[in-house]
Design a protein around this ligand. Sequence first.
Ligand SMILES: Cc1ncc(C[n+]2csc(CCOP(=O)(O)OP(=O)(O)O)c2C)c(N)n1
Length: 269
Amino acid sequence: MKRALQDYKSAIKPIWCPGCGDYGIVNSVQKALVTLDIAPENIVAVSGIGCSGRMPTYVDFNTMHTTHGRALTFATGIKLAKPSLNVIAVMGDGDATAIGGNHFIHAARRNLDLTAIIINNQIYGMTGGQASPTTPYGANSTTSPFSNIEHAFSIAELAVAAGASFVARGTVYHAVQLDKLIEKGIRKNGFSVVEVMSNCHVQFGRRNKMGDPVTMLNWFKEHAVSKDNGSSMPPDSLDDNFTIGVLADLDKPDYIAEYRKIRQKAKRK
Ligand SMILES: Cc1ncc(C[n+]2csc(CCOP(=O)(O)OP(=O)(O)O)c2C)c(N)n1
């Protein structure tokens, strides 16, 4: 019998702020799993720390809530120990690209078959609104109260440059597309990155004249440009547009396939 959304949901009620983009993202992950019809016992969700890090609490399959910036290291260990598992690492922008930045680029380069879902709310949400590597130039945060003078870097373009097999960017406004992007990311054999532009209207929006979810969703609607209509545009300032869609989809052997070949070679010696 085909599984339903309910088969991937835990009984625990989310405690994210009302209207947080994370609600839509966990829903998209669950919808993708229904489409792919993967048995819950064959899926693992690993997270770091942050609002995004709470996601494994709300799903009903194998989960690990690990340490800030280290979701990919735990995910790597799980996948290497049991390659048959589908391993999804859920991280925030701070988690994945500040403290976990080095792990992120090397995971992309290594090309182990993992799916990294990076929730880019452009701020450190859980700890009170400090600037992250993706806080746009000119934006306000608790650590840049008179506007951010650093420039944001682009998660998806960084992943492409680091060699990830599949890279996509979506937003919580473009919910149907997001279901598909996550589904494609999980389906892909190799390191997949799905960056999701999400609203933290409480910590980011409030300080940047977008204090409610609807205003933030409209900002995504107005600034997202389909990959089919333009070249890749990473967001840097709040006036910039950014590209959504699939940015890379490469065919190359994943780490475990390569590792097995090497083992055969070593055995023949
Ligand atoms: C080693 C370590 N450093 C710092 C922290 C404090 N900390 C917890 S969550 C967080 C930032 C969360 O921001 P982000 O990763 O963007 O996720 P969000 O809460 O926005 O989803 C920080 C700095 C920690 N828990 N552990």
